[in-house]
Structure formats: C-alpha cells, structure tokens
Design a protein around this ligand. Structure first.
Ligand code: FES
Length: 107
C-alpha cells in the first residue's frame, strides 16, 4: 500500500447564493497546512493530504475525510490541524468534537 492514510480536503467553491461550499481558498490553505503538519510529524511517507471536490458535507464545512477509516470532519480550522495530526493520524484516535455523524444514512 502506497499510503496508510489519505486526507481529502474539500476545495469546492460555489457561486454566492448557491448551496454553501467549503471554498477553494479555505480548502487550499488547509491542504497546504496539513501537508506541512504531516511532514513535520514525520508522516510524509505514510499519510497524504490532498484537495478534493465536494464531499457532500457542504453545510458542515470546511469538510474533510480521512481514509481508510472514512471519518469525516466538519468545521475544520487551521487551529485544529495539529490536533487531528497528533491524535488521529499518529494515534488513530479521531477528534470526536469535529467528527461528522452520518449514521442516519448508514445501511
Ligand atoms: S462544498 Fe465542501 S463538502 Fe460540499
């Protein structure tokens, strides 16, 4: 397996007046800062962060998802990055206060 985890961060930008969107500028800043935090944590060979299109969690954005767990996070700010990297990416402990729960839609 090339990477143990993938972090997909929404950079989708919709026109004003449409359904809310995470925003390209916001998403790209998060991608850049996640990449740096992952590198600083010594995880560059194991974890990859990258931009993604809409994750269908627009109203809860800025949104991201970590695979293979399929854990979605919402309302992610730059200030949350170190905690997500330290707790989830390093220790496999999802940051519960930011986790989006879609259980009503699960099979
Ligand atoms: S626009 Fe980001 S999840 Fe839809």
């Amino acid at each position: 397996m090339r990477f143990e985890k993938h972090v997909f961060i929404c950079t989708n930008q919709r026109p004003e007046g449409a359904r809310p969107s995470c925003g390209e500028a916001c998403g790209l800043e998060l991608v850049k800062n996640f990449k740096k935090a992952i590198k600083d944590a010594g995880l560059a060979d194991k974890v990859r962060a990258q931009r993604a299109g809409c994750l269908d969690a627009c109203e809860q954005g800025p949104s991201m998802v970590v695979y293979p767990e399929g854990i979605f996070y919402g309302g992610v700010k730059n200030a949350d990055i170190d905690e997500i990297v330290r707790e989830h990416l390093l220790q496999n402990r999802p940051v519960e206060r930011l986790v989006l729960n879609f259980s009503q839609n699960d099979d």
